[in-house]
Write a protein of this length. Structure first.
Length: 375
């Protein structure tokens, strides 16, 4: 590291603290390092409780209203579509280094014991979501935010019907991967702006896509999906969100540096949106994201040299810090990972979808309170 870049790193610390608080400044300070970070120091530093002053400041500065405003301004001033590409088009080979080998899921897996690998846990999650979607041959099925085709692969293994299956993504590299690997129909289409034919799909699911949709688009998107699904159909959403209205300050670095254009909101807000869109909740569950983030972290560290060759040391450091910071956000219950099955409120028969599986977590009390408000 040159003396000048080290000096810059230190000089930027104070403006970063003033802008986004100490957790934000620490994240940036670490990721500006020009040499690979020490993985155990980063994990320990970002996931374990800090000294009381740091902790208090992280919780209180900037104040909640300002945080919400700053993140909203930032999310809406960025090109949302370019932001998605920035994150996902970085290199398919890079993601292959740390995601599970069978599906390449880039979303929370279902770990149930310490001996689970990321492969077993993603298989369990795929089965869980498959049960929620319940796909049948001949049904028209839409995967919103299809990633590298992970859930499409699972659905196809069950239905054997590729003609009626389509996935949308905003990452060209993912489309290339899906077409080369599976030959499925993956299209570059934006969930926020795409117009659908009314009642044209039997099943619509999204695994980890809603997080990318800015808050002001959530209701229009939900309304459009409610019109697009057949009255007998269902919508499955797997996503994470805030437990409270105010975004935690630790989210700043992730929102600004890792997912430009994305914006999160509270669980309560999502429930309100479903209701206003005319959707009834037929299943809801909470899942633990932490073991997945830890497994990705460990695998990335295992492949440090290849990762740096593919995306450079700066990106390697960024991903380490983001995975550790994300772990902490879930550990503090600032964020929760949820799964919903929704159906139209005018559906001829009310669904009650139960999945007999140990993969769901007990509801944290704050979530329980919010969920009971909705039912
Ligand atoms: C976290 S990844 C999840 C991928 C996959 N579902 C999985 O479980 O691994 C988010 C996906 O959503 C897609 N995405 C984000 N915003 C989108 C939008 N507005 N329209 C379509 N796809 C979007 C991204 O391109 C990416 O494929």
């Amino acid at each position: 590291m040159t003396l000048v870049s080290e000096l810059m790193r230190r000089l930027l610390w104070l403006p970063d603290v003033l802008l986004g608080g100490p957790a934000y400044a620490r994240h940036l300070y670490l990721t500006r390092n020009n040499t690979p970070l020490d993985a155990s120091v980063v994990w320990e530093g970002l996931t374990q409780p800090e000294n009381p002053l740091f902790h208090w400041l992280s919780d209180h500065y900037p104040p909640p209203v300002i945080r919400k405003l700053l993140l909203n301004i930032y999310a809406n001033s960025r090109d949302r579509i370019a932001g998605v590409s920035e994150h996902y088009d970085i290199s398919n080979e890079f993601y292959q280094l740390f995601l599970d080998r069978r599906y390449m899921f880039y979303t929370c897996a279902d770990f149930v014991c310490d001996t689970d690998t990321i492969e077993t846990a993603q298989e369990r999650k795929a089965n869980y979501i498959l049960n929620l979607v319940d796909p049948q041959p001949g049904e028209r099925i839409l995967d919103l935010g299809c990633g590298w085709g992970s859930m499409m692969k699972k659905v196809y293994e069950t239905t054997g019907d590729a003609d009626n299956l389509v996935g949308y993504t905003l990452a060209q590299e993912q489309i290339r991967f899906i077409q080369d690997t599976y030959g499925f129909r993956a299209e570059f289409k934006d969930v926020v702006t795409t117009e659908f034919e009314p009642e044209s799909f039997d099943k619509i699911y999204s695994v980890g896509c809603i997080e990318h949709i800015p808050v002001r688009h959530l209701l229009p998107v939900a309304r459009r999906l409610a019109q697009t699904i057949k009255p007998t159909g269902r919508i499955v959403h797997h996503f994470f969100c805030q437990l409270s209205e105010a975004p935690p300050t630790r989210l700043f670095a992730l929102g600004v540096k890792m997912f430009p254009g994305a914006e999160l909101t509270s669980l309560q807000h999502h429930l309100k949106v479903f209701d206003q869109a005319g959707l009834h909740i037929a299943h809801q569950s909470i899942h633990n994201y932490r073991p997945t983030l830890r497994a990705w972290y460990d695998r990335l560290v295992e492949h440090q040299d290849e990762a740096i060759k593919l995306v450079g040391v700066h990106n390697y450091n960024r991903y380490l810090c983001y995975l550790a910071d994300a772990w902490r956000l879930f550990d503090d219950r600032d964020l929760v990972l949820t799964r919903f099955v929704l159906q139209r409120q005018d559906a001829p028969v009310k669904l009650q979808v139960d999945v007999n599986c140990h993969a769901a977590e007990p509801m944290p009390s704050a979530a329980e309170k919010v969920m009971s408000w909705a039912t």
